[in-house]
Ligand binder design. Structure first.
Ligand code: FEO
Ligand code: CA
Ligand code: CA
Ligand code: CA
Length: 657
C-alpha cells in the first residue's frame, strides 16, 4: 500500500453536526452510498433479499452486524494486487445477529427451532465480497467466484502453541487440532502478506454452562471458565444448544460428559476453541482457516501490525475488550522478509510469522513509561502463579488472561481497537469506557471516574472513554519498554473542563466511547468511530478524523476524580486537528474502516441500526427505531440492516482532505 505521508491539506471539510436523525450524514462535498447490506446475495443462484424474515441460505448471503473490514486489491486478471484501486475484495466481520429481524415474527423463545439456529449461526462469521469500480464508484459483484462465507460452524484449524493441546480435545477433534466456527468477530487486521485477521470477541456467552458443572471437570478448568465469564449455571446468548440432539447443536452446551476422562467424547473443552485471532486468506476458498493461538485467547478486537522492517520481527498489537482487562502484543520469532509481501501460499506465510513468538502484556507506569511482560514459562511470575498452575505455553496462551493477571498487568477501561500511525509507528488503543472505574481505582492510564447524566439517568465511571497511544523504545517492534500518553479524552463539549473535558473538545469534535480506530495509509488520518451509550441522548454514533501529533506533546495534566487526583501525560489539545466527519443513522454504531489505496474511496460499516425495535412492533415499520438503509433507497423491506457505506468526494479528492 502507498503512503503519501504529508498531512498538509487535510481536514479541510466542515465538521458534521451532532444529530439524532435517521440519516447517514457526511460533510458537504462528499457522497455516501450503501453498497452491501445484511442478506445481500453472494452467489448467482441466491434469491434477492426480501428483508421480511423469511430469507434463508445465509451461507450465500452477507451476514449480520457488519464490523471490522479490510480491503484486498485484485489485479485485472484477478490476482492479489495490494495497489489496485478499481477491483478488490472486501473481507468483513459479522459480529452477531439481531434475532427479531432475522425471523418473520422474531425469534422463538425457549426451545429454538433448528432452522432458526441454523440461520443465526450462518449469519455470524466473516464474508468476502468482490467489488469493482466504474465511473469512480464501486459496486459488489453477486456472481464473483471469490465471494464466500466463513460462519459459526465452519471447520477451522488450531495453529500455534495450543494446537493438539489436551485443553482443545473434543468429540469433534479428538486430537485437539481443529474446531468449528469463528464467533462474535469484531475488529480486524490485515497482514503484510495479504490475509485477514479477525478477532473473536464476546464468544464466551454463546455457550451454556449448566448448574453443577464444576463437578464435571478438574479444578483448573473451573478457574479458567470462571475467569472467562462462564461460571456454572450460565445460560447461552441465543439458546442454540436447544436446536436439537444433533452434534452441531449439542456443542453449544459444554456441560455434557461422555465416557472418556479426556474430553474426547464430549464438549467440555469446546469453549477453548474460541477466543482467538483467526487468519483467513480472502483470495482462496481452499486455503485452511487457522486460529493463531500464539496471539492469546481473550475478547479480541483488532490486530494491528507494526510496519514491516526487513530483518526485524513483526509486532501484533491487540486489546481485550472487557472492563479491567489488558493490552497485549505478540512479537514474531521470524524476521520480516520483503519477499513475503506477495507469497504463493499466504496461510503458510501466516504460519511463519504468527505461530512462533512471544506474547506480552502491558503495564502502564504513572510517569508516562510502560513495560511489556512476557507470558511464558520463562516468566517466574507466570510459571509460579498460585491461582493457576500453568502446564506449558499452550496452557498459557489458552488462558492468557490468567497469565496476564500473574504478570501484574494494568487493568484498563475496556481496550477496543488499536491502530499504528504510519507517520511514526506509534500505536493507538481506544479505551471505550468503563462503568467499574471508581475514584479509588483511578490510575495514570485510566485517570477519570465521574458521573454523567444521560436523559433522566446517570452513568458513573469513565463514561466517555479515552485513547491511549504508545511509542515503543527505539521504535522497535520487539521493545520491552515504551512511552505513553492519552491522545484524547472523550467528553461532551459541555463536560467540566477540569475533570472530564480535559482535551478541550468543542461542538466540532466532541464524542463519547471511542471503539473503532484505524489510520488510513493514503493520508495518515486517524479515524475514530464511536459506540456509545452515554451521548446517544444527544447524537447518533459517529466517526471523527484526527491528525495527531506525537506521544508526550501535551505535557502533564492533573485529573481530579472526587477526592482523588492523579497526574497523567496528555496529548496536545486537538483543536482543529480533530473534526467530526460523519454521523450515522439511529441506534447504531459506526465500525470497520478501509480505503482504496489512492485514498479516494473510504468504506465504513453501520452496525445494528434500530436494534431496539421490539418484536411487538415488527408489523408496523413506522414504529421501527430506524428504517435505514431502506430510507436511503437501499433494498427491499423496511427492516433496518447493518450495511457497508462507500464514501467518495465529489471533486474526486482524498477522503478527509
Ligand atoms: Fe465488538 Fe468491543 O466491540
Ligand atoms: Ca451524556
Ligand atoms: Ca464495536
Ligand atoms: Ca464497543
Amino acid at each position: 500500500s502507498s503512503s503519501s505521508g504529508g498531512t498538509t491539506g487535510l481536514l479541510g471539510f466542515t465538521p458534521v453536526n451532532k444529530s439524532l436523525a435517521d440519516v447517514f450524514t457526511v460533510p458537504v462535498g462528499y457522497t455516501a452510498s450503501v453498497i452491501y447490506a445484511l442478506g445481500d446475495p453472494l452467489s448467482a443462484g441466491t434469491a434477492a433479499f426480501k428483508n421480511d424474515g423469511t430469507d434463508s441460505d445465509f451461507d450465500n448471503r452477507a451476514g449480520d452486524c457488519h464490523d471490522g473490514m479490510e480491503y484486498f486489491g485484485l489485479s485485472g486478471s484477478g490476482l492479489p494486487d495490494q495497489s489496485s484501486t478499481d477491483r478488490a475484495l472486501l473481507a468483513m466481520n459479522h459480529e452477531y445477529v439481531i434475532p427479531q429481524f432475522l425471523h418473520a415474527n422474531g425469534a422463538t423463545s425457549g426451545t429454538r427451532p433448528a432452522a432458526e439456529v441454523d440461520k443465526e449461526v450462518a449469519a455470524h462469521g466473516v464474508s468476502v465480497v468482490e467489488i469493482k469500480k466504474a465511473a469512480g464508484k464501486f459496486a459488489t459483484l453477486q456472481s464473483s467466484s471469490f465471494n464466500r462465507r466463513v460462519t459459526g460452524i465452519s471447520e477451522i484449524e488450531i495453529a500455534g502453541p495450543a494446537a493438539a493441546h489436551a485443553l482443545l480435545k473434543t468429540k469433534f477433534s479428538t486430537s485437539g487440532v481443529k474446531t468449528r466456527g469463528t464467533l462474535n468477530n469484531c475488529g480486524t487486521g490485515k497482514t503484510p502478506w495479504g490475509t485477514l485477521l479477525t478477532g473473536e470477541e464476546n464468544w464466551s456467552g454463546y455457550f451454556k454452562r449448566a448448574s453443577g458443572d464444576d463437578a464435571l471437570r478438574d479444578a483448573k478448568s473451573v478457574v479458567s471458565l470462571n475467569r472467562y465469564g462462564r461460571k456454572q449455571n450460565s445460560s447461552s446468548r441465543y439458546g442454540w444448544e436447544t436446536g436439537g440432539a444433533a452434534d452441531q447443536y449439542a456443542r453449544w452446551n459444554i456441560s455434557q460428559t461422555g465416557a472418556s476422562t479426556d474430553g474426547t467424547d464430549d464438549y467440555r473443552n469446546e469453549l477453548n476453541g474460541q477466543g482467538y485471532i483467526t487468519e483467513i486468506d480472502p483470495y482462496s476458498k481452499s486455503a485452511a482457516v487457522r486460529k493463531r493461538s500464539a496471539l492469546g485467547r481473550f475478547n479480541h478486537e483488532a490486530a494491528a501490525i507494526s510496519k514491516p522492517v526487513a530483518g526485524k520481527p513483526l509486532a501484533v498489537y491487540m486489546g481485550d475488550d472487557a472492563q479491567n482487562e489488558y493490552v497485549y502484543k505478540f512479537v514474531s520469532t521470524a524476521v520480516w522478509d520483503a519477499a513475503d509481501a506477495n507469497p504463493l501460499d499466504r496461510i503458510a506465510t501466516g504460519d511463519k510469522y504468527l505461530n512462533a513468538g512471544k506474547l506480552y502484556v502491558a503495564k502502564f507506569a504513572a510517569d508516562g513509561t510502560g513495560s511489556w511482560h512476557e507470558l511464558s514459562m520463562s516468566n517466574s511470575a507466570v510459571a509460579g502463579y498460585a491461582t493457576y498452575a500453568f502446564a506449558d505455553l499452550g496452557d498459557i496462551v489458552i488462558n492468557a488472561r490468567l497469565a496476564a493477571d500473574a504478570a501484574g498487568a494494568t487493568k484498563m477501561d475496556r481496550p477496543e481497537w488499536c491502530g499504528v500511525n504510519p507517520a511514526n509507528g506509534e500505536i493507538y488503543f481506544t479505551m471505550t469506557n468503563s462503568s467499574s472505574r471508581a475514584e479509588a481505582t483511578v490510575d495514570a492510564a485510566n485517570p477519570r471516574a465521574y458521573t454523567d447524566t444521560k436523559g433522566s439517568g446517570t452513568q458513573k465511571g469513565n463514561v466517555h472513554g479515552h485513547i491511549i497511544r504508545i511509542a515503543e523504545t527505539g521504535n522497535e517492534a520487539a521493545a520491552t519498554s515504551f512511552a505513553w500518553d492519552v491522545y484524547v479524552f472523550g467528553a461532551e463539549a459541555t463536560s467540566p473542563a477540569a475533570s472530564v473535558n480535559l482535551s478541550g473538545l468543542t461542538d466540532a469534535n466532541d464524542f463519547s466511547s471511542p471503539d473503532g480506530l484505524a489510520f488510513t495509509a493514503s493520508t495518515g488520518i486517524c479515524w475514530i468511530q464511536t459506540d456509545d451509550g452515554a451521548y446517544t441522548d444527544v447524537t447518533n454514533c459517529m466517526m471523527l478524523a484526527g491528525v495527531p501529533g506525537t506521544v508526550g506533546d501535551g505535557g502533564n495534566v492533573s485529573v481530579t476524580s472526587g477526592a482523588t487526583t492523579v497526574t497523567t501525560k496528555m496529548g496536545k489539545q486537538p483543536g482543529a486537528k480533530l473534526k467530526r466527519f460523519l454521523v450515522g443513522p439511529s441506534e447504531q454504531e459506526i465500525t470497520g474502516i478501509c480505503e482504496s489505496p489512492d485514498g479516494k474511496v473510504l468504506f465504513v460499516n453501520v452496525q445494528h441500526p434500530g436494534d431496539g425495535t421490539s418484536v411487538a412492533n415488527l408489523a408496523d415499520p413506522t414504529k421501527y427505531t430506524s428504517q435505514w438503509p431502506s430510507n436511503a433507497g437501499y433494498g427491499a423491506g423496511k427492516r433496518p440492516r447493518s450495511a457497508t457505506v462507500m464514501i467518495t468526494k465529489n471533486d474526486g479528492g482524498l477522503i478527509g482532505s
